[in-house]
Design a protein around this ligand. Structure first.
Ligand code: ATP
Ligand code: MG
Length: 769
């Protein structure tokens, strides 16, 4: 008889239902943003559990973030009625990898209580090893090597597997040797790094057929969200687990015995020896699978090639393209109806991504087309401060219209952009939270710099002193710092004062003593200049003379340029305050602002962190050439770099359900210099029929720079650039760009009007008043 349809299936469209109900065999859901891929995965798990096809512990489900995992668990609970206590294997690749590794640590040469090194530990360790090899660690920086190792581990390469060229590229050909030494050292320390969290399990599974068999039997269903951003190691790990050709005799689902022979890798468990191509030879349907008992695995991957945005971190979108080859007979489901966004947002996003070549190509449509729907709004602002101010006003307007702050998000391209918004929201008393990373003032480099400023302004701040006394490294090890610390306690004085006394004695060995004397003299000199030098200038000097800036300049790791940007942004933000002390006070207020999960708050995050999320209203600031698309992506990635940036723009736009506000500014300080900017080429790529170019509010009318805002709707942005108004704006910018803030005073004077809303900030606005 006709089965009654379970509640969780109602509302799904036929294609979604097919993806949910095709529980047996491989399934690939390839579909655009907002088509319900994640919803399909969630419902599919609910369906599997509700139908009794597997226990919760027999489902392996991979999400991209821990937050997504928590949400998915909660949703499944709602769908099947709260009985999803344990879904122990639902999580990110890392969290599942850790769990697996803890269970089998001995097989990886570790104890189950192994520690996971953070990047700092990892680099310290590598530096020791580089030095132990008698190499100059300035020429061969540990950070750079850490990145290389990371890259290798993303590919699943152990020391034996790295390509000759790679091995030669570092430390006069000692790359392989150092990598081996590093892995050995980790073993002695009973530790592993992030990359090992998957590489070790892969190795263990390959070297121990019985363990592999256990998991292959255990995981009856495998599900992967955001499949387009899996890297090779993740892919290899999934492939191993999905080679299921057995089942327990008790299982209602499968018969037959598992073949043991093909898993044993003649390579002796060197995971890297098994490139994807090699792995193909033991594919589920391969005759080597043994006995013809191969059962196609119940693996369901969902993804969108247009949202592949982690190529720079080793993700390989080809994993999607390879799926059908890897799993012959796979059911491929395409979802075309978007349930998230209005027709305008979808139209804008689809048109933009159409500029990429080499896409799989997808259709997307929505039934949600209301003539009242707002178009995508593009706004111009003079500079980033005004941008933050205007975004703040727009948020307050949406709030007055009855919208929750929780439904709004600001998605930035680079983390330094967050600072302006955070500052502004603290001034407005607007709750916000930063997702997927530390808040601006919590970033390591910003805290380091602030520690220098704190010691200059408050010489008794021992915590700040301890933080930077040996940062950058100047040979003041733990013993030296302890000596200063003990001396200070004995005499009841601050550490800096104690240090000043110590360097006049023989208490410390000559080398550290000289280093400490340098620190003491530096601080004395900076303190002397505190009231005579403009504070932002002094701040810059401090970071230069202390060697802190140089430390990051010498650093060749991927995050170093971003950190330097943050330092520049920090100094820039100080200019708005009367003194260094006033600035420090402001920061302590910002730091004190609540980050309460339950609070109604605007989310601020990078575009990368926004993947998979959705908000009623989305703000996309900083659409300027060089920032977005980011110059580094263009420099390093060429055409594919640009295409990945464009996918990032697509991800950004498609996060919005109803309102999408894009901003670009005419002037931005990049690398410490004011630059007149060019609107992002992505603006040119938006279709005019879905986009409104907002008039600046009348209150902005003050500057000549806004002449260009009379955009002709019928025009594209590129012709706007040629318009007389645009050229006038450029001319104004050049003038404003010539000097620093000083020469901006002419502009600043016109801004007095807004200053009045800024009472909390007032004292800091020296140049305005
Ligand atoms: P992304 O590519 O951005 O990760 P996605 O394909 O995973 O998007 P979901 O987040 O699963 O899409 O769904 C987008 C929105 O559409 C969600 O709010 C979801 O609840 C809703 N949705 C999905 N399918 C349906 C449906 N059949 N009926 C109503 N709403 C739906
Ligand atoms: Mg999703």
């Amino acid at each position: 008889g006709a089965r009654q349809q379970p509640d969780y299936l109602t509302g799904l469209n036929p294609e979604q239902r097919r993806a949910v109900e095709t529980t047996e065999g491989p399934v690939l859901v390839l579909a655009g943003a907002g088509t319900g891929k994640t919803r399909v995965l969630t419902t599919r798990i609910a369906h599997i559990l509700a139908q009794g096809l597997a226990w919760p512990s027999q489902v392996l489900a991979v999400t991209f973030t821990n937050k997504a995992a928590r949400e998915m668990k909660a949703r499944i609970g709602l769908l099947v009625g709260g009985a999803v206590e344990g879904m122990p294997w639902l999580g990110t690749f890392h969290s599942i990898g850790v769990k697996m590794l803890r269970r089998h640590a001995e097989l990886a040469g570790l104890k189950s209580d192994f520690t996971i090194l953070d990047t700092d530990d990892q680099i310290r360790l590598l530096k020791q090893l580089i030095q132990a090899e008698g190499l100059d660690d300035k020429r061969w920086p540990a950070r750079q090597f850490a990145m290389m190792i990371d890259g290798w581990k993303n590919k699943g390469f152990g020391p034996a597997d790295i390509p000759e060229g790679d091995a030669r590229a570092f430390a006069n050909g000692k790359g392989r040797e150092l990598y081996t030494a590093y892995q050995n050292r980790l073993k002695t320390l009973n530790a592993c790094d992030f990359g090992d969290l998957l590489c070790h399990p892969i190795r263990v599974l390959k070297a121990n057929p019985d363990v592999l068999a256990e998991y292959q039997q255990k995981f009856r269903y495998i599900l992967v969200d955001e499949y387009q951003d899996t890297n090779t190691a993740q892919y290899l790990w999934l492939r191993l687990l999905a080679q299921r050709r057995v089942s327990a005799p008790t299982s209602p689902l499968r018969g037959g015995r598992r073949s043991e022979q093909s898993e044993a890798d003649p390579g002796g468990g060197d995971i890297g020896a098994d490139t994807p191509t090699r792995l193909d030879t033991v594919s589920p349907t391969s005759p080597q699978g043994g006995g013809g008992n191969a059962a196609p695995p119940n693996i369901c991957c969902v993804g969108d090639d247009d949202q592949s945005i982690y190529g720079w971190r080793g993700a390989d979108v080809d994993n999607i393209l390879r799926f059908e080859k890897d799993f012959p007979g796979a059911t491929v489901v395409k979802l075309e109806r978007n349930y998230r966004s209005t027709a305008h947002i979808l139209g804008a996003a689809s048109h933009l991504i159409g500029h990429n070549e080499g896409r799989l190509g997808k259709t997307l449509f929505t039934d949600a087309a209301d003539p009242d729907d707002p178009k995508v709004n593009v706004h111009a602002a003079w500079d980033s401060e005004e941008e933050a101010r205007a975004v703040g006003e727009t948020i307050e307007r949406h709030q007055r219209d009855g919208n929750n702050l929780n439904d709004m998000a600001i998605l930035v391209r680079a983390s330094f952009q967050m600072r302006e918004f955070e500052d502004r929201f603290v001034t407005l008393g607007l709750n916000y939270r930063v997702i997927g990373g530390p808040r601006f003032y919590e970033r390591m480099e910003v805290r380091d710099a602030m520690a220098y400023f704190r010691v200059v302004c408050q010489p008794a701040d021992d915590l700040a002193f301890e933080r930077i006394v040996n940062t950058p490294k100047r040979g003041l090890g733990d013993a030296s710092v302890r000596l200063v610390h003990d001396y200070a306690r004995r005499k009841g004085m601050p550490m800096l004062a104690a240090a000043a006394e110590i360097v006049a004695t023989e208490e410390m060995k000559p080398k550290p003593r000289a280093a400490l004397r340098g620190v003491v003299e530096n601080f004395a000199r900076w303190q002397e200049r505190l009231d005579s030098t403009p504070h932002a200038e002094l701040a810059e000097t401090i970071l230069e003379e202390s060697g802190y800036t140089a430390m990051w300049q010498a650093d060749r790791s991927a995050d170093a340029p971003g950190r330097l940007e943050n330092l520049k942004e920090l100094i820039r933000s100080m200019e708005e305050f009367e003194s260094m002390r006033a600035f420090l006070e402001h920061v302590s207020l910002v730091m004190d602002a609540e980050q309460n999960e339950d609070l109604d708050a605007v989310s601020i995050m990078t575009l990368h962190a926004a993947k998979g999320l959705e908000f009623d209203t989305v703000f996309l600031p900083g659409w300027e050439e060089g920032l977005f698309p980011h110059q580094r992506a263009l420099d390093e990635g060429g055409r594919s770099g640009l295409e990945e940036e464009r996918r990032l723009a697509y991800v950004g736009l498609t996060r919005a359900k109803r309102n999408c506000h894009i901003w670009f500014v005419s002037n931005r300080r990049i690398h410490g210099l004011w630059q007149s900017t060019i609107p992002s080429r992505f603006l040119d790529e938006l279709p005019t029929d879905h986009v409104d170019v907002a008039e600046p509010p009348t209150s902005y009318g003050g500057h000549g720079g806004y002449g260009q805002s009379r955009f002709d709707r019928a025009d594209t942005f590129s012709t706007r650039r040629e318009s007389p108004g645009w050229r006038r704006a450029q001319a104004n910018q050049t003038e404003a760009t010539r000097g620093n803030w000083g020469s901006r005073s002419g502009i600043a004077v016109e801004r007095i009007g807004y200053g009045e809303t800024d009472s909390g900030f007032g004292a800091g606005k020296g140049s305005v008043k």
